[in-house]
Write a new protein. Sequence first.
Length: 257
Amino acid sequence: MLYGLRDELDRDFNGTLAAVRRMGYEGVEFFGPYFFWSEEYTRGVRKLLDDLGLACFSTHNESYAFTPDGFTRAMELNRILGSRGIVAVRGLALKTGRLAYRGFEGSGLDGYHRLADRLGEACERLHGTGMVCAFHNHAVEFEPLDGVRPIDILARVPELRFHLGVASVGQVGNGPVAFMRQYPGRTQCLLCSDWPVRPDGKQPLLGDGKEPWKETLAAADRTGGVEFYLIQQESSAIPPLEAVAKDLAAFRRLTDR
């Protein structure tokens, strides 16, 4: 996930992608700002990716990309990039806090039913394109509302896939393995980050937390339907490029890849 390298990309976009490739990464996920690229600029990014030998696995989209016109734009930019998935990265809008202005309108279980309808429409529009619509969860979707988990409402959309956040699920429920067993074949991507957050507010490196990675990765391969993995490193105590390099090395040790 390139979101964790957002400051580095602002300083040197091409150089940061080249550094990621040199580490051994095979693909990336672009985030919010990509939506405002022109088609010409996007074609230039695609050429850069091709020259580096990097794939665009998916894109990370805010709620405005899921309006009718916004989704048309997202589809075209993702087609140019060669993306496999257009991913909704927000659930319902928060009413307070620093992310209060983001997310889909609505509240409670009714809001999640309407969100499921919106994502279902997106799934239908992607028929025949080689792309899927996916949802990137946060902890809140696994916390029951009136006895119902919002993630289970979203999972009723049969074609919706999931980008499953290991750390966010691990801290609030039975963990990602339970979700993948409940919904086999529905997890397009596993978002790999460890937990819990340290007392200083920093995220542990992959393998330095509590996640039982061998079990989780085995379930991803055998049950989840995972097509690719993304490292989700956003707040390490060490410089971001160093952190994602260490995380990739840890992932390879855990998977023998």
